[in-house]
Write a protein that binds this ligand. Structure first.
Ligand code: THU
Length: 132
């Protein structure tokens, strides 16, 4: 069961990837985040003719979970065509909620690497930096 979990999450991220709206870059991204309650929230990248308004798949998945009242994250899967890595903004959002959460980076063939969110963003800005 535990061993199947990453594969199942990747499968859901893969399905979400097909819902990406990426007519400009044509780079489709899918994400799926598993919560402690056992629910999965998915996201895909959503681009805009005003390019800077683009939203990444990981942040869509995380925002969707939070809006549903769940922010205890167990693991997150990311699927792209070539095993692309999460962008800096998404890394920062991941560590805000779940620094130890395994992040599974996959492509269409399977899992390429898994590492904790904090390892993706050494020296990240945290709440401790907000106090003098
Ligand atoms: N993208 C994501 O969805 N997640 C990332 O972590 C990196 C980039 C999207 C944004 C844009 O729609 C496309 O990939 C190319 O940058």
């Amino acid at each position: 069961m535990i061993l199947e979990q990453p594969e199942k999450l990747v499968e859901q991220a893969r399905a979400a990837r097909l819902r990406a709206y990426a007519p400009y870059s044509r780079y489709l991204v899918g994400a799926a985040v598993l919560t402690a309650a056992g629910d999965v929230f998915t996201g895909c990248n959503i681009e805009n003719a005003s390019y800077g308004l683009t939203i990444c798949a990981e942040r869509v998945a995380i925002a969707s979970a939070i809006a549903a009242g769940q922010r205890d994250f167990v693991m997150l899967a990311l699927v792209t065509a070539n095993g692309g890595s999460p962008c800096g903004a998404c890394r920062q959002v991941m560590v805000e909620f779940a620094p130890d959460m395994p992040v599974i980076i996959a492509d269409e063939q399977g899992i390429r690497q898994t590492l904790p969110a904090h390892a993706l963003i050494p020296g990240f800005f945290g709440p401790e930096h907000l106090t003098p």
